[in-house]
Design a protein around this ligand. Structure first.
Ligand SMILES: NC(=O)c1ccc[n+]([C@@H]2O[C@H](COP(=O)([O-])OP(=O)(O)OC[C@H]3O[C@@H](n4cnc5c(N)ncnc54)[C@H](OP(=O)(O)O)[C@@H]3O)[C@@H](O)[C@H]2O)c1
Length: 287
């Protein structure tokens, strides 16, 4: 392949710039700015960093954002009320609930997500938006899988007939990817902690997508020669960000690979902005 390093940051910068121009045109026409509300419960430092990055990128693209910061001792009912207030606020077009929630609230995560009005669900997590994906409608689908597909398409990596192996079955990564990949005629295998002989699956993948959150989980003996490696994992060790792939070890053997940082991460944020713009257009009903 001509480009061995799949540069997510460059693609994200390009998309964000194009979006900024598009938003500018809409705001001139309508006088209404897109607005994202981010709900942050508690004081998890990693979550604060992620929310700040998202808000910074929003500002650069011309999307207003508000931070609804809530105490970690908040009750279920109070959090549901906060979500409802944002659902009813006509100036807010997108809502994200930063996960993970503090322990006390965590087991009710689905209940909170289900409360977000589907038209404002820019993380693609509500049952309606997940169901739409079942019918290959990706309009308000999860941001990370959208970013991965955009990256593969940008580098002209054809998915038709390819054996794609995903190591992850979460709602935000593995599950949405299944439908997006099937839509593009790939043959999809999903692995997780109960998968038998996982290394056999990894070694036959034309495209391997890994999101386990374990640094150096993938080394060269685990991949097929010429495979394309998409590293989604993000772990912080002593303040430094690591993916799931031993990049230097794998580089020689693979056909293409995403770096960390600068791979999937910036695209996740870029597609949050894209989804916010989609939600905005749907709500102001001007296209
Ligand atoms: N770059 C980005 O923008 C971005 C976005 C989202 C997530 N991430 C990163 O991606 C990783 C996963 O995130 P998540 O929210 O999906 O986490 P999650 O819900 O904990 O999912 C982790 C998945 O990996 C599987 N897994 C874990 N250890 C494994 C092992 N040893 N062998 C096989 N499968 C294993 C789990 O299997 P079980 O289902 O059996 O437990 C689960 O399906 C994290 O590092 C996260 O930070 C990055």
């Amino acid at each position: 392949m001509e480009n061995k390093i799949l540069n997510g940051r460059n693609l994200a910068d390009k998309l964000n710039l194009e979006l900024k121009e598009e938003i500018n045109k809409f705001v001139k026409k309508t006088g209404i700015k897109p607005k994202l509300a981010a709900i942050l419960v508690g004081e998890d430092p990693a979550s604060e960093v992620y929310v700040n990055i998202k808000r910074k990128k929003c500002a650069e693209a011309g999307i207003e954002s508000i931070l609804v910061k809530l105490d970690k001792e908040i009750s279920n009912e109070e959090l549901l009320n906060e979500i409802d207030k944002l659902n009813k606020d006509k100036t807010v077009h997108g809502i994200i609930l930063q996960l993970p929630l503090p322990n006390k609230l965590r087991e009710s995560t689905n209940e909170f997500i289900e409360k977000i009005f589907p038209l404002k669900d820019v993380d693609g997590s509500s049952p309606i938006n997940k169901g739409m994906l079942f019918d290959y409608n990706e309009e308000l689908a999860a941001c990370t899988p959208k970013g991965i597909i955009a990256l593969l398409e940008y580098y002209n990596i054809d998915l038709k007939g390819k054996d794609v192996v995903i190591i992850n079955r979460s709602n935000l990564v593995g599950k949405p990817l299944i439908f997006m990949l099937l839509k593009r005629n790939a043959t999809v295998t999903v692995c997780h902690t109960s998968t038998k002989n996982i290394e056999e699956h990894m070694r036959r993948a034309d495209i391997l997508i890994v999101a386990v959150g374990i640094p150096n989980f993938i080394t060269q003996e685990k991949i097929k020669k010429g495979a394309i490696i998409i590293d989604v994992g993000q772990s912080r060790v002593e303040g430094k960000l690591f993916g799931d792939v031993d990049f230097d070890d794998v580089l020689e053997r693979c056909a293409a690979i995403t770096p960390t940082p600068g791979g999937v991460g910036p695209l996740t944020v870029a597609f949050l902005l894209q989804n916010t713009f989609i939600a905005y257009k749907k709500q102001i009903k001007i296209y």
